[in-house]
Design a protein around this ligand. Structure first.
Ligand code: ATP
Ligand code: MN
Ligand code: MN
Length: 305
């Protein structure tokens, strides 16, 4: 795993123009992961993370106490926020809520570290084109106690169905309990079409394989099954950004893996910042993700109804 030298983290923060205060503050209790460590982490993963986060409206999870006990979501500018976290209006937005935050460089990521951000969550559309999603996500949420083997099998099954429909997908270890199956799209279908497709897809799975899946978020009904959470796919909904740290014990990160290596992954939170940084220096696991050109056609949408 990588050596995330806090001294280097401080130097990089200064070099990109972010004033890192209390840089030795431990952000994950029981570890040596400080704000400076996180600055070093984001410097290592920025090359792979920035294409996922640039120009996406953000929801930031902050932990000002550094104890992981009380975290909160922030979507709007506060006084004193570093300038590298931009705020502005969404362009060509049909809805109401239109002022959003975004980052576009390493300074923005490290500015997040400075303000105790532990999670960067992103919309599925660009701020310049907020009405047309460029990706959809199947968020696999297992019942407590269901093992990771079942999660992986679910991800592979979802991939197989998507493939049969003509859609390529890529798996993300969430850094928590589950896997997100991510499907990049040429932004043509609107949010309603994408969300309906994901709901139809989840309900189809729940109908055909009810012992394993349900399409209802009720935890009481989950009982040893997987909730296929299609709710990530509405306008304004967010999902964890690939390479983001998580606000959970152990400093785990959301990490892209390939379909080939997924079966050998032992958990969704197996990569802490040191392991994730080491991995970010290897060849891209999501080869082709930014190049694939696929759309949610009427044929595909009708096939899952
Ligand atoms: P896990 O694998 O443990 O389920 P996850 O990131 O998928 O991790 P979920 O609870 O399934 O976590 O939530 C999915 C997404 O929903 C999150 O990544 C986040 O973007 C969004 N989300 C969850 N809770 C909130 C909240 N209170 N406010 C805003 N967005 C939220
Ligand atoms: Mn989830
Ligand atoms: Mn979920």
């Amino acid at each position: 795993s990588a050596n995330l030298d806090p001294g280097i983290g401080k130097e990089i923060a200064a070099a990109v123009g972010v004033k890192l205060t209390h840089s030795d503050k431990v952000m994950y209790p029981g570890t040596k992961v400080t704000k400076a460590t996180l600055a070093a982490y984001y410097a290592v993963v920025a090359g792979k993370m920035l294409p996922h986060i640039q120009d996406r409206p953000l929801s930031l999870v902050r932990d000002t106490d550094g104890d992981l006990q009380q975290t909160f979501f922030q979507k709007h500018r506060l006084p004193g926020m570093p300038k590298a976290i931009h705020d502005g209006q969404l362009e060509k937005m049909s809805g109401k809520e239109s002022r959003i935050l975004w980052v576009d460089d390493l300074a923005g990521l490290i500015a997040g570290v400075q303000m105790n951000v532990l999670e960067f969550h992103i919309w599925g559309s660009l701020r310049q084109q907020p009405d047309l999603p460029h990706r959809m996500i199947f968020d696999i949420d297992p019942d407590e106690g269901l093992g990771f083997t079942a999660v992986k099998q679910a991800a592979l099954d979802i991939r197989g169905i998507l493939e049969a429909l003509g859609l390529q997908s890529w798996p993300l270890l969430s850094g928590g309990k589950g896997v997100h199956v991510v499907v990049p799209l040429v932004p043509e279908a609107d949010w309603d079409e994408v969300k309906s497709f994901c709901q139809d897809f989840a309900e189809l799975l729940a109908r055909t394989d009810p012992s394993r899946f349900l399409a209802n978020m009720s935890k009481a009904k989950r009982k040893g099954r997987i909730f296929l959470d299609y709710l990530r796919n509405g306008q304004g909904s967010t999902a964890i950004c690939p390479w983001s740290t998580r606000a959970r014990a152990g400093a785990a990160c959301a990490v892209p893996v390939s379909w080939k290596e997924l079966p050998s992954c032992e958990s969704a939170n197996g990569f802490d910042v040191f392991a994730a940084a080491a991995r970010a220096q290897l060849p891209e696991a999501w080869e082709g993700y930014f190049d694939v050109e696929q759309t949610l056609t009427d044929r595909i949408r009708h096939a899952v109804r």
